[in-house]
Design a binder for this molecule. Structure first.
Ligand SMILES: Cc1cc2nc3c(=O)[nH]c(=O)nc-3n(C[C@H](O)[C@H](O)[C@H](O)COP(=O)(O)O)c2cc1C
Length: 194
C-alpha cells in the first residue's frame, strides 16, 4: 500500500506547518473507520470560529460511511465526486443559516460558515484526518433528504477520513493527486499595499 502523505506547499514566506501540509486528497481508505476523537476536535475547532455578532450560522450534517445519511449524501454527489468520495469515513455537509427565523437576511451566514469549515479542515489535518471539500453536488437533493428549512443552505460536502492507497486509485484520480499544487503569488491577491 502506497500512501502519498506529503504535498507540502512551497511558500514564499513561512507559514504554520499544518497550513502548508493540508491538501485535498481524493484517496481515502475505504476500510478505516473515522477517528472519532480527531473528528470531535475538528468540530470543536469549527465551534470556536469567529462569526458576525457571534451568530454561529454554521450547521453540520455528519454522516459516517455505512449510514443512511451517508448514502443520501453520496447519492447527491456529482459523478466525478462519486468516483472517489464514497471511500471517506465521513461525508459532512456544511450548512449555512442565511436568514433568521423571522426572515431577516444574515449577510455573513455563508462567510462565517466558510470560516468554520476552514477551522475544521486545519484541525482535522493536525489530528491526522484528511479532508476534501466539494461544491459538486445536488443542493436540492440534500435539502430534501434532510428536510432543511428554506433559511438553511447546504454549501459544501466535505469528505473526511484516513488517507488511502494511491495504487488502488483510478488513473484520473492518481494523476490529479500527483499534480503540483499551485497558487498565484500572495502579492497578486493584494489590491492595495500602501
Ligand atoms: C468550495 C469548494 C468546492 C470544491 N469543489 C470540489 C469538487 O466538487 N470536486 C473536487 O474534486 N474538488 C473540489 N474542491 C477542491 C479544490 O479543487 C481544491 O481545494 C483546490 O484545487 C486546492 O487544492 P488543495 O486544497 O489541495 O490545496 C473544492 C474546494 C472548495 C473550497
Amino acid at each position: 500500500m502506497t500512501i502519498a502523505t506529503v504535498r507540502t506547499a512551497v511558500t514564499d514566506a513561512p507559514i504554520l506547518d499544518v497550513l502548508a501540509e493540508r491538501w485535498s486528497t481524493r484517496i481515502f481508505d475505504p476500510s478505516a473507520p473515522i477517528d472519532e476523537a480527531a473528528l470531535a476536535s475538528a468540530l470543536e475547532a469549527a465551534r470556536w470560529s469567529p462569526s458576525a455578532n457571534n451568530t454561529q450560522p454554521w450547521r453540520f450534517i455528519v454522516a459516517r460511511r455505512g449510514s443512511k445519511a451517508f448514502a443520501a449524501i453520496y447519492e447527491a454527489l456529482r459523478d466525478f465526486n462519486k468516483s472517489w468520495a464514497g471511500d471517506a469515513g465521513v461525508l459532512l455537509v456544511a450548512v449555512a443559516q442565511t436568514a433568521t427565523d423571522d426572515g431577516s437576511t444574515m449577510h455573513f451566514g455563508q462567510y462565517d460558515t466558510g470560516q468554520a469549515v476552514a477551522h475544521f479542515t486545519v484541525q482535522a489535518h493536525a489530528g491526522g484526518l484528511s479532508t476534501h471539500q466539494m461544491g459538486g453536488f445536488d443542493r436540492a437533493a440534500v435539502k430534501a433528504a434532510f428536510d432543511l428549512p428554506d433559511n438553511f443552505a447546504p454549501l459544501t460536502v466535505i469528505a473526511v477520513g484516513a488517507l488511502g492507497d494511491i495504487d488502488a486509485a483510478t488513473e484520473d484520480v492518481r494523476s490529479r493527486e500527483d499534480a503540483p499544487r499551485t497558487r498565484r503569488s500572495a502579492a497578486d491577491s493584494v489590491l492595495v499595499n500602501d
